[in-house]
Design a protein around this ligand. Structure first.
Ligand code: AMP
Ligand code: ZN
Length: 134
């Protein structure tokens, strides 16, 4: 993809702080980290988001996330970990090349990834289940 910054980073055209690389993925440090060690898993082949991502790549990305979470936790002694993946502007996606955020969490940090819980109404539950064919 021309003009996709993450294609250029993933494929090494633009230098990055790389934590891991193989034939299909590069894991880099986020330049605007939510916490110390915030990293991004980038597939080398362009897919805009989870809808475009091939199933095989999705599976491998999750396995890589698991390995990187362990390595980062061992290296940085974080107390917990968030894995975040945004799709669409409304969901906070700003770079339209699929990526997974690996966010180490530390006791007392100010990383804000929470939401105000609502209430699941009977109407919504039944509507959603019906729409999902359940
Ligand atoms: P998202 O909002 O989920 O699309 O995430 C995009 C992430 O990419 C943000 O956390 C940015 O800080 C990060 N980012 C944008 N440009 C770069 C870059 N050139 N190198 C590293 N991280 C970047
Ligand atoms: Zn791309």
């Amino acid at each position: 993809m021309e003009n996709c910054i993450f294609c250029k980073i993933a494929n090494g055209e633009i230098p990055s702080a790389t934590l891991y690389e193989d034939g299909e993925f590069r894991v880099i440090l986020d330049l605007g980290p939510a916490s110390k060690g915030h990293a991004l898993i980038l597939p080398k082949k362009h897919a805009a988001d989870i809808y475009e991502l091939p199933e095989e790549t999705a599976g491998k990305a999750m396995i890589l996330a698991k390995h990187m979470a362990k390595k980062l936790t061992d290296a940085l002694h974080c107390d917990g970990f968030n894995i975040v993946q945004n799709n669409g502007e409304v969901a906070g996606q700003t770079v339209f090349h699929f990526h997974m955020h690996l966010i180490p969490r530390y006791k007392g940090d100010q990383v804000g990834l929470t939401w105000k819980p609502g209430t699941l109404s009977d109407e919504d539950r039944d509507d959603i289940l019906a729409r999902m064919g359940r």
